[in-house]
Write a protein that binds this ligand. Structure first.
Ligand code: NAD
Length: 368
């Protein structure tokens, strides 16, 4: 129990250090003329293309060098727009030949969850480091296989937990650790959105591994762990899904789960696919830290005090969470350090999510 607690504290300390990505301590290589590491983006969908690719212009240690896509016309169009050479375009069949391309240092997997394990393992076998999107995989077994493959290939594996590089979250962690709200007693987070497209892969269990809990509830779970700096020791979960709703034939809508932490802190979380929610609240015996939205792409807000009287703007509020994430892994590769959100961190969440599903199924408290 003590070890688990300490691990959480180490994680949070690492997260705070990572907040300094782009700051002088981590900027040595680029400043001294070190090369930027080359990323291949796998999956040109809403996140890979719409969100990640445009961030490379903010990076100091990372650059976009290759694309992997099943749609050659789209790949060529994106390559032209972002200056990726035609010879660095791959598809899912010739993907393994990235091993012969020394320009690619890191592969960033932005595919449906059921494909994360296969494409991570193939990248590691091709001699590449991996950044894999959340949730890490559809099962803890797959997560373990991904970790083993990267370990065997002596390659880094990091999970796309961007909030560890997001300035408002880092400021909230810093203030909680500094004791600004006294002894932490209670954590609460609601995360959800109203899912539109009933045909999306996220609603197919074989591709997503589960419903809202895997996709968006994981933000509440992550926040519970990095905000408290502790690992849960037990949980209780309850699922509520309207099975007549065509969106929820295969996966769950709402999951409420309560986490018990070693210090006595209770974490109360809600995940859903039928309403928009993005909220984090920490209650201490001397005050509260509140964020709403808490884990957005932008526009996060933070209050510290008795209620919402005092709004806080972090000193580095403009820091780009994606550049921080991409550069962190590049720096870890260059300096042979472990990422602060390595594969083991993704595995921890998937193990807890498996326990959440088990608790909801069996209607009982699960000791972790
Ligand atoms: P998306 O559906 O928009 O894109 C998925 C991509 O995978 C597409 O380019 C699609 O063509 C490709 N693909 C290849 N084989 C496929 C198949 N058999 N079925 C469906 N698509 C296939 O999804 P997305 O929103 O970009 O999500 C991709 C990953 O990114 C997921 O793991 C998701 O959880 C993660 N994500 C993370 C964040 C974040 O903030 N960290 C945000 C959104 C998505």
């Amino acid at each position: 129990m003590i070890d688990q607690h300490r691990r959480g504290m180490v994680l949070a300390a690492g997260a705070l250090a990572a907040g300094a990505v782009g700051a002088p301590a981590w900027g040595q290589n680029a400043a001294q003329g070190g090369r930027k590491l080359g990323y291949a983006i796998v999956g040109l969908g809403g996140y890979g293309l719409g969100v990640v690719i445009p961030q490379f212009k903010h990076c100091r240690h990372s650059r976009l060098v290759a694309l992997v896509s099943g749609d050659p016309a789209k790949a060529r169009r994106v390559a032209q727009e972002y200056g990726v050479p035609e010879k660095n375009l791959y598809n899912y069949d010739n993907y393994d030949s990235i091993r012969d391309n020394p320009a690619i240092d890191i592969v960033y997997i932005c595919l449906p969850v059921s494909m994360h394990a296969e494409y991570t393992i193939r990248a590691a076998r091709a001699g590449k480091h991996v950044l894999c999107e959340k949730p890490m995989a559809v099962s803890s077994r797959e997560c373990e296989a991904m970790i083993a493959a990267c370990r065997q290939a002596v390659k880094k594996l990091m999970i796309g937990y961007r909030c560890h590089f997001e300035p408002y979250n880092l400021e909230a962690i810093r203030r909680a650790r500094a004791g600004e709200i006294g002894k932490l007693r209670y954590f609460r987070s609601e995360h959800g959105f109203n899912f539109g497209n009933p045909n999306a892969w996220r609603l197919k269990k074989a591709m997503s591994g589960g419903g809202s809990m895997m996709d968006i509830g994981i933000y509440a779970l992550q926040a519970a762990r990095y905000m408290t700096g502790e690992e849960p020791v037990a949980l209780y979960a309850k699922e509520t899904t309207d099975k007549r709703d065509p969106r929820f034939r295969e996966v769950e809508d709402m999951v409420e789960f309560q986490l018990e932490f070693p210090s006595g802190v209770i974490g109360s979380c809600m995940s859903m696919y039928s309403a928009n929610q993005n909220h984090i609240l920490l209650m201490g015996d001397k005050g509260r830290i509140e964020m709403e939205p808490g884990t957005g792409y932008g526009g996060n807000r933070l209050w510290v005090g008795k209620g919402r009287e005092t709004e806080i703007t972090p000193p580095n509020a403009e820091a780009n969470q994606w550049a921080g994430q991409l550069d962190h892994l590049a720096q870890c590769v260059l300096q042979n350090r472990e990422p602060i959100v390595a594969g083991e961190e993704g595995l921890r969440d998937i193990r807890i999510i498996e326990a959440v599903y088990k608790s909801a199924r069996e209607g009982r408290r699960i000791v972790l």
